[in-house]
Ligand binder design. Structure first.
Ligand code: GTB
Length: 219
């Protein structure tokens, strides 16, 4: 059965793969699972039909037969559990890869999102100049720790896994800030992720949505 995911009809990142449907698209491409995309507007996301799928009125969602999921991490985990290629067979290696999925989303992503939000939407606030260095320091602390753990390895724990997929998408959120350049092994790690054919397919597919929207048509 072909799953259907939801994505922004018009993403403010102008097709740079920053919205969280990107990680779901990438996971589906990695395992070779075709998928359909239903594009939603901001107002549609807040209506009851979409909220029945996503209680918080967000994207992405995932529908497959009578299964409906939300939360990009849960969706990527579901895809990784149902297909080969994103989680190792060995039980301990699999548990460690899942640990990296959680680390990406619950330890590394929060300070990065907080920093990005403050940078993009709160720079005009009177407290911004005082708060930004603090948020930047929290991001640098996490990046330093992650950089030390990754060391010279290609991926976080052996072969590429769903843990790397999520971590790369989380680190990409720093693209516009330039901070990642201070950690050459992390920059190279993200570049390795972006060089994967599945990433490129997913990226091109979401970019096509922006291109079509900016020409006034549908993708
Ligand atoms: N924890 C949830 C998950 O991982 O699925 C978070 C989902 C989420 O934040 N979705 C966002 C959304 O629907 C889109 S990805 N927001 C609309 C709303 O809350 O009303 C966040 C995002 C949006 C846009 C950019 N960008 O343009 O650069 C980057 C990231």
């Amino acid at each position: 059965m072909i799953p259907t995911i939801t994505a922004f009809e018009n993403s403010s990142d102008r097709g740079k793969g920053q919205a969280r449907d990107m990680r779901v698209r990438w996971a589906l491409e990695e395992v070779g699972q075709p998928y359909d995309v239903r594009l939603v507007s901001f107002s549609e996301m807040k209506q009851s039909a979409h909220r029945a799928l996503h209680p918080f009125g967000q994207i992405p969602t995932y529908e497959e037969g009578d299964l409906a999921l939300f939360e990009s991490g849960a969706i990527v985990f579901h895809i990784a559990e149902r297909h080969t290629g994103l989680l190792p067979d060995d039980a301990n290696a699999r548990a460690r890869a899942i640990t990296w999925m959680f680390a990406a989303l619950s330890t590394v992503e929060p300070p990065i999102v907080e920093f990005g939000t403050a940078r993009l939407f709160e720079s005009d606030k009177p407290w911004s100049a005082q708060r930004m260095p603090l948020l930047e320091e929290r991001v640098r602390n996490r990046l330093g720790e992650l950089s030390r753990r990754l060391g010279k390895a290609d991926w976080l724990d052996g072969a590429f896994s769903a843990g790397d997929l999520l971590m790369v998408t989380v680190l990409r959120r720093l693209n516009a800030s330039g901070i990642l350049n201070e950690y050459p092994n992390l920059s190279a790690y993200v570049a390795r992720g972006e060089a994967r054919p599945a990433f490129k397919c997913a990226f091109d597919a979401q970019l096509a949505v922006f291109t079509a929207a900016s020409k006034g048509g549908a993708a």
